[in-house]
Design a protein around this ligand. Sequence first.
Ligand code: ZN
Length: 359
Amino acid sequence: MQDFGASRVRKLFERARKLAPCIVFIDEIDAIGSRRTSNSGAETENNQTLNQLLVEMDGFSSEETIIVLAATNRPEMLDKALLRPGRFDRRITIPTPDLKGRLDILKIHSKDKKLAEDVNLESIAEDTAGFTGAELENILNEAAIIATKNKHEDIENMDIEEAVKKVTVGLEKRERKYSEKDKRLTAYHEAGHAVVSRYLPTQTNVKEISIIPRGVAGGYTMYKSDEDKYYISKTEMEEKLIALLGGRAAEKLVINDISTGASNDIEVATGIARDMVTKYGMSDKLGPIDFQGKEPYEMQMFGENIGDKIGAEVKELIDTAYNRAIELLKEHRDKLDLIAQELLKNEKINEEQFEKFFE
Ligand code: ZN
């Protein structure tokens, strides 16, 4: 879509008029339809393409039966002019598939693959809430590769479980060398996530904790996926932040030093906190206002220092969550130590073993 210039748009619609009735489908429309800018240079070519698209869409007469469809993952980036009546004026949101949808997708992509008797697609569908169709397809393809490596005649359940982990946290790297110090840090980091989330009512159960390096991660804590839901409450998001910062909090509390191992947690937590304030209107101070993707002049109407205020609210959410994680770990230090020790000994803890610590 790089060279989707104005002339290509003109030609596309010329062809469509000849072929009508027809459907014009533009994938990833944000590549050409993102908000116009006043900058010069490369941006202006993009602007010309977009202008041409607007002209073409306005030029339809009522006798012409051309339907223009477009897809994007970033509707908030689109130029407002594109969304006016007569242009892209209807929106169909395609959410990630629900349980039944995932099961159907898994069935389609496993049709031409040999699955062993023990494979239960229902349970895989249950474990993959939030996955897109493409990710589910990827899991089955990975499972086939893993099955070959494992010299299995058919794809077995363990191959699929391994594929789910590979897609979510990366490949297991048992050969990676790891100092005792790093190992201890990772054990406490992961135990920190697990213990903190165990005491947060909205967080799902821990499914597996591991300190065997995988992908770029030194270890991981996997949670059971939740039943499908479309809304997430503020409390749930706040508790998610606490769980995410539990790793860093444990490092600080036990080792009194912090590592780079928490960088992904911090990235995810910051994103959630920012969305809470700027997208979901969950800040009491700033109120239910959408601040995302606004131009500087649009932001000005909220006051001179609105950027500072947003930043302060995001920081407040993160600080509160981090402090809560520290408190929870201090309160349950015994569990934190026990679980970290178990990880140092056996490298992995499954759901049952984890729950035993809390009986
Ligand atoms: Zn972590």
